[in-house]
Design a protein around this ligand. Structure first.
Ligand SMILES: *[C@@H]1O[C@H](CO)[C@@H](O)[C@H](O)[C@H]1NC(C)=O
Ligand SMILES: *[C@@H]1O[C@H](CO)[C@@H](O)[C@H](O)[C@H]1NC(C)=O
Ligand SMILES: *[C@@H]1O[C@H](CO)[C@@H](O)[C@H](O)[C@H]1NC(C)=O
Ligand SMILES: *[C@@H]1O[C@H](CO)[C@@H](O)[C@H](O)[C@H]1NC(C)=O
Length: 339
């Protein structure tokens, strides 16, 4: 378990640093030549803070590019707004955020008193590459107008109280390759909402109430990291696997998936596979023993049968990875296979 955690942290750092590098092409800096930002941006910032119950600018010098939550580009345009860990910021996301016309990076994080829906004003921010609103009290739907933010590469709306269905409009954002909607109250079936042009997709949808099948179109998405755990998904997930895929990490645990595992081929580079707590049938493919990078493999609490593969990496996996299946047999399980 420890290995799995550190691995996904490493992936995360890699993902975030590449996204930040991608978003930094205008070389925003915290010490631009123009210390005072554009007057329109300054008015918007003051309106935002006033709406959140913080009327005073954080520094007496009044240079808004120096304010600790602001990032400017060299021309003094506000390209980043990062408000986090602030229990006193109270209210809804102010409409004035939509007036920061050059904003590329919006972060609202650990703001428990920030409530209400994501306002349509966010849809005006067409330069946004990173939109992160997580660990807040924000509720309402994941708005379909987010589909208008064509430059988005990373969307994190995790750990909020969002409800309703995932909007299919996100599928029209060509380079959106990191999406985290986990730990909300999302319902309905998953639409085919990943653009075909997105590469190396990282998707987290865990801890929601999503139902129905995994969209067939996901078989053609180039996932690197896929977490659909702890929902109520049904049907076939075998299309997510296959020898040629670049998948690193897949967690489909705690759903109601029902398919035959016998013919599944695991990608050569996959490191972590969690299929536990589903209704998966058939046998464990012998190929599992020879997936070089595989470090975590859990198929417990399913309906699998037949002899466990032997050799290769199999000795690295333990009893608890196979427990509670219909009729698996062979070591390390206590049930011997009938010869
Ligand atoms: C998507 O990425 C490609 C390749 O980096 C780039 O040429 C294109 O402009 C991007 N599209 C948008 C809408 O940002
Ligand atoms: C997405 O949310 C999950 C919580 O389910 C968290 O573990 C993961 O680190 C988040 N990823 C990013 C990139 O924020
Ligand atoms: C999912 O739905 C069930 C029953 O409607 C409810 O009890 C549960 O709290 C919901 N889970 C989430 C994460 O919203
Ligand atoms: C595999 O999943 C089961 C069920 O969630 C869990 O009890 C077990 O500890 C997991 N195995 C390992 C090695 O973590």
């Amino acid at each position: 378990m420890r290995m799995r955690a550190s691995h996904s942290q490493a992936l995360l750092i890699l993902l975030l640093s590449s996204l930040i590098a991608g978003a930094a092409n205008a070389e925003p800096s915290r010490d631009p030549t123009n210390k005072d930002c554009h007057p329109g941006d300054k008015a918007a910032l003051l309106a935002i803070m006033a709406a959140l119950g913080q009327p005073e600018p954080p520094y007496p010098d009044n240079y808004c590019c120096d304010w600790y939550y602001v990032i400017c580009d060299d021309l003094g345009r506000v390209v980043g707004l990062e408000l986090f860990q602030h229990a006193e910021l109270t209210g809804t996301i102010p409409d004035a955020v939509g007036d920061l016309a050059h904003l590329k990076n919006l972060l609202l994080h650990k703001l428990p008193a920030l409530t209400g829906p994501i306002p349509p004003a966010i849809g005006k921010l067409t330069d946004l590459t990173m939109l992160r609103i997580f660990w807040t009290g924000v509720s309402g739907p994941v708005p379909s107008f987010l589909g208008a933010l064509k430059k988005l590469t990373f969307l994190d709306l995790s750990f909020n109280s969002l409800s309703g269905a995932i909007p299919a409009s996100l599928g029209s954002i060509p380079n959106l390759s990191g999406i985290n909607l986990s730990r909300n109250r999302l319902t309905g079936s998953i639409p085919s909402f990943i653009s075909k042009t997105a590469d190396q997709v990282y998707l987290w949808l865990s801890h929601n109430n999503l139902t129905g099948p995994i969209p067939a179109e996901f078989a053609a998405v180039n996932f690197a990291h896929l977490d659909l755990s702890r929902n109520a998904l049904t049907g076939d997930a075998s299309g997510l696997f296959g020898g040629g895929k670049e998948l690193d990490y897949i967690d489909l645990s705690r759903n109601s998936l029902d398919f035959d595992l016998s013919g599944v081929v695991f990608p050569a580079g996959v490191e972590s596979v969690d299929l536990s707590h589903n209704a998966i049938r058939g046998r464990i493919p012998a190929q599992v023993a020879y997936v070089d990078d595989l470090r975590y493999f859990n198929v417990s609490y399913n309906r699998l049968c037949g002899e466990l593969p032997t050799g290769g990496k199999m000795p690295e996996f333990d009893l608890y990875d196979y427990q509670h299946n219909r009729c698996l047999c062979g070591a390390p399980l206590f049930r011997p296979c009938k010869k």
